[in-house]
Design a protein around this ligand. Structure first.
Ligand SMILES: NC(=O)c1ccc[n+]([C@@H]2O[C@H](COP(=O)([O-])OP(=O)(O)OC[C@H]3O[C@@H](n4cnc5c(N)ncnc54)[C@H](O)[C@@H]3O)[C@@H](O)[C@H]2O)c1
Length: 344
């Protein structure tokens, strides 16, 4: 079929590009993080960005003009288009809720950046609306797709985990803005170390209880704490410890999202994209099959109308990760252990 010819396949329209149907995407949120998504989607042979939206006219116009597509300042105008197969959402933590519910109302699957909301009630409302509509959504925990993480997960599966250690030390809070504002961003555990929490859950299973402390020692100008420690108890019985701090050098990312899984006689270490089994005499992590990355997995799921198993971070699962961070925030505020499972 000639490029650019629209077809209706079982009620879902798509644009044919040679042999391959391209998934037509509307992008909502054109800020810092969206830049990488727009580039990845633009060069992906299975994607076509048809329109963009951002509440900031300048951000919407810049992205729309760069891509040569219409731009809007209201997501409802974008959703009124009749040529969308899916929506790609990359808005700040505080901006979730009505947006996702409108996408669901429009009957479209969506991708949404992590964390999926600032509060659990909003996330659960969206999750329930997805279920009611028979729709699915993918969250932006892109580290799950990395080969090192998947090799680590394959090794740990079926083995007894005694201890999980993770830390996320960065200088991000120094940049201020909504990220460093507790009410809008939720603090480092919600906005940033959520990646560490998510990998803990992805590899070691559910977290049954957290007991957290928070302090501000250096960044007194921001409204979020600059340092956290969290003690975790996993449903398996394993124990965990997580530390997060924003007082670090903002140019040093070597201590951001580093995890250790303590097993019988060895440990698995994840740092950035790399994973290793230590000591070397313990052998090697297993090989894993190559899979599409975050963008490819989403596009394939839209095309095939099946989120699983390609989408490694489904919305409901991302809600459970959010629940752990929020439980840690609550624990730090109340000074007692909190169960994330009681509310997720
Ligand atoms: N996965 C990752 O590794 C990663 C990395 C950085 C940021 N993020 C996440 O991406 C999301 C966006 O972060 P960012 O750094 O791009 O923030 P940003 O402030 O740079 O950009 C956000 C954009 O969204 C727009 N916006 C706000 N409310 C909106 C609404 N209701 N509708 C449409 N547009 C709206 C803003 O005008 C802004 O242009 C956050 O959830 C953040 O945590 C993820």
């Amino acid at each position: 079929m000639a490029a650019g010819v629209r077809t209706m396949v079982e009620g879902v329209s798509s644009v044919q590009a040679g042999e391959q149907a391209r998934v037509r995407i509307g992008v909502v949120g054109c800020g810092g993080r969206a830049g990488a998504h727009l580039r990845a989607l633009q060069r992906h042979p299975e994607a076509e960005i048809v329109a963009v939206a951002d509440v900031a006219e300048s951000a919407a116009a810049k992205a729309g003009e760069a891509l040569g597509v219409p731009h809007y300042t209201d997501h409802r105008a974008l959703l009124a288009r009749d040529d969308l197969d899916a929506v790609w959402i990359s808005v700040p933590v505080f901006a979730h809720g009505a947006l996702e519910l409108a996408v669901i109302e429009r009957g479209l699957p969506f991708f949404v950046e992590k964390p999926v909301a600032r509060d659990l009630e909003t996330a659960l409302r969206i999750s329930a609306a997805l279920d009611r509509a028979g729709l699915w959504a993918a969250a932006g925990y892109q580290l799950r797709y990395g080969e090192g993480v998947r090799r680590a997960r394959a090794y740990v599966a079926g083995r007894t985990v005694a201890l999980v250690e993770g830390h996320y030390w960065s200088g991000t809070g120094r940049h201020g803005g909504w990220v460093a504002d507790f009410d809008r961003g939720g603090g480092q555990l919600v906005e940033q170390a959520t990646h560490t929490v998510d990998l803990m859950r992805y590899i070691a299973g559910e977290v049954a209880e957290v007991y957290a402390r928070q302090t501000t020692r250096v960044l007194r100008e921001i409204t979020a704490p600059d340092t956290y420690t969290v003690s975790l108890r996993f449903s398996s019985g394993a124990l965990g410890t997580l530390s997060a701090s924003w007082v670090h050098d903002p140019d040093d990312w070597a201590h951001a999202n580093v995890l250790h899984f303590g097993l019988d006689g060895c440990l698995v270490r994840i740092a950035g994209q790399a994973a290793e089994l230590l000591p070397a005499s313990a052998g090697a992590l297993p090989e894993v099959e190559s899979i599409p990355g975050l963008h490819g997995a989403f596009l394939a799921a839209v095309r095939d109308r099946a989120a699983l198993p390609g989408v490694l971070s489904p919305y409901r699962d991302a809600v459970a990760t959010l629940a752990v961070s929020l439980a840690a925030n609550a624990s730090a505020a109340m000074g007692r252990p909190v169960s994330p499972l009681s509310s997720a």
